[in-house]
Design a protein around this ligand. Structure first.
Ligand SMILES: *Cc1c(COP(=O)(O)O)cnc(C)c1O
Length: 373
């Protein structure tokens, strides 16, 4: 016989998923209804409107891709790019590299701005690459690079991108509902996010939004989008059209969860939520530093909700991390790429961003005799 699901009660302080609010878990157990049921259509409309509100955008083409954040990334790129298009992509961690891979699969000519992991791209870096590639179709950046904990300034770069006639595309998977993000004010043309980071919903959905400028580019395509499932010209009527037509079957329970998590964000207020992440980050930082942890990212560009830190000298990070999980039920993330085995990535996202989470982590470390500070 197979065992009943019987998972431990974990405290999620890694790079995602974060802890879900009980209201969100409860929403997922709401009975299923048909995805074309007028009641479900109303739920989808509300989700769309709450996504617009939390992205701070009036973009009509705003909806939710029925797959995780990576599919949001792929949706933006496969729809906006055609073979031989020139694109500039900033690479300062794992997710920038992933965008490059997808753009190359679209047949685009990719110009990379590569900067050291843990740092961000400056206006000067953008100006320099525009000298080599003066007329890109698209410039793509990761707002919150979860592999390093760096927060990329977007607003400062937006004018440079638009003056070159390009679209600005942003990965906001980890920044959305955790740090300041203003889609219309910053003139972002294509944006995608995920549900399992600062939104504290289960993984598996990806809210996206496109400006009118981006929509014009979609309408002017000469070739078919290489992906049937992600082709916006087909899926957009499912989330927006006057008459809802079958495209695929929306993951009903996940949409319930997203609906409830967005209601929670709006009840708290975006600004309050940004402030809470900053305040809890300051408390965590003080305590981590007093235990001998050192931050990877310069303070100026440090992401509050994903803390990348070097352990104090003489600690076996993998052993301590697994003891934290097995003996204390606390999950933190390990490093990726060059930082594998070197850093921890401590997430304080959404429901996992509380004083109690910080205290649980710090007191577990103080309690553990293997941890040397
Ligand atoms: C998590 C993450 C993704 C991918 O999201 P999935 O839901 O894991 O597919 C993309 N970009 C960034 C910056 C992320 O942190």
């Amino acid at each position: 016989m197979y065992n009943e699901l019987n998972t431990s009660t974990r405290i999620l302080m890694g790079p995602g998923p974060s802890d879900a609010h009980p209201r969100v878990l409860k929403a997922m157990s709401t009975p299923l209804i048909g995805h074309l049921d007028p009641e479900f259509v109303r739920i989808m409309d509300e989700v769309k409107s709450m996504v617009q509100e939390t992205f701070i955008t009036k973009n009509h083409l705003t909806f939710v891709v029925s797959a995780p954040g990576s599919a949001g990334m792929e949706t933006c790129l496969v729809n906006l790019l055609e073979p031989r298009d020139e694109v500039i992509i900033a690479v300062n961690g794992v997710f920038g590299s992933r965008m490059v891979d997808i753009a190359e699969r679209c047949g685009a000519i990719v110009h990379k701005i590569e900067v050291e992991w843990g740092t961000v791209v400056s206006s000067k870096d953008i100006k320099n690459i525009l000298d080599d590639c003066p007329k890109p179709k698209l410039v793509a950046l990761v707002h919150a690079e979860t592999s390093t904990g760096a927060l990329q300034p977007i607003k400062e770069i937006s004018d440079l991108v638009h003056n070159a006639g390009a679209l600005l595309m942003v990965d906001a998977v980890t920044s959305y509902c955790g740090v300041e993000l203003k889609v219309d004010e910053w003139n972002i043309d294509a944006i995608y996010t995920g549900t399992q980071k600062c939104l504290s919903a289960p993984p598996g959905l990806s809210p996206v939004s496109f400006s009118d400028r981006a929509v014009k580019v979609l309408e002017d395509r000469k070739t078919k989008v290489q992906s049937w499932f992600l082709d916006l010209s087909l899926v957009k009527n499912y989330w927006g059209g006057a008459k809802r037509a079958y495209h695929h079957t929306a993951p009903v329970s996940s949409v319930y969860a997203l609906h409830e998590s967005l209601r929670i964000v709006i009840e708290e207020g975006l600004e309050n939520r940004w402030k809470r992440h900053q305040e809890i980050h300051q408390i965590l930082k003080m305590k981590l530093e007093s235990l001998g942890f050192r931050y990877l990212v310069n303070e100026e560009y440090r992401l509050p909700n994903l803390n990348s830190v070097f352990l104090p000298e003489g600690n076996d990070e993998a052993m301590i991390r697994s003891k934290l999980l097995n003996d204390y039920n606390i999950e933190v993330g390990g490093g990726l790429g060059d930082f594998a085995g070197k850093i921890w990535r401590i997430g304080i996202m959404g429901e996992s961003c509380t004083r109690n989470h910080v205290n649980m982590l710090i007191s577990a470390l103080q309690d553990m005799k293997e941890f040397k500070n």
